[in-house]
Design a protein around this ligand. Sequence first.
Ligand SMILES: [Zn+2]
Length: 257
Amino acid sequence: MPPDRRQASDRMRIAEGLEMLELTLGHGEQTMMIHPVALYDAEGWVLIDTGMPGSEGAIRALAGQAGIPAHPLRAVILTHQDIDHIGGLPGFLDSEPAPFDVYAHEDDRSAIDGRAPMIKFGPERRSALLASLPDALRIPFERVFVHPSRPNVTRVLQDGETLPFGGGLTVIHTPGHTPGHVSLYHQASKTLIAGDAMVAESGELYGPRPAMTPQLEQAYASVNKLKAYDIEQVVCYHGGLVRGDVNARIAKLSDRS
Ligand SMILES: [Zn+2]
């Protein structure tokens, strides 16, 4: 754990209008820290990844501490289909007074829409998770991901497109961890929001976790693709912020020959 971590759940201003949230999930040995990102301006805020089922309240509390008004949430961007990234979505769908767009890549869309199994979270694990949840979380989860009455994804992300959030957010398709995994590049602050394309530990950058990455070669090809961007800092969903020599670190990571 880096020494400058003040408390378990926190937030960090990465740049003007760009906040990294630090959220602790679970307890005891099951503890996991994750880092959703909030982008905001006068028109509202945009959330990148939503945590586990039940994370919505904690994410809103952290966003509130950062001075972001609770509403309107303009959009949720899902970097990929894994449960720790999409699980909080039902809470936001239920609590937000106005509809908002949900962005994801085509290749993870059917899993997020409940029309195909999640690749790393098969029916057995899903049943076990659902059985462990109180009704207040299980029922919305089932409504959104098991028996959805309408598609969850309303906007399909294209590789290379720039979304009109935070003054320009470029979509980089980085498959491998999942087929439809995307990373996002915030142009104004040269920040890469890596999702799970890379992980961080104690301020150091590492490649994708092999145990959680079914297509590891493809995932490293995706890391290689990141070399095209001028990156000053990276937010990894698992491990948080890495600053300094980022392009050199990425070049080193992608050179596995
Ligand atoms: Zn993850």
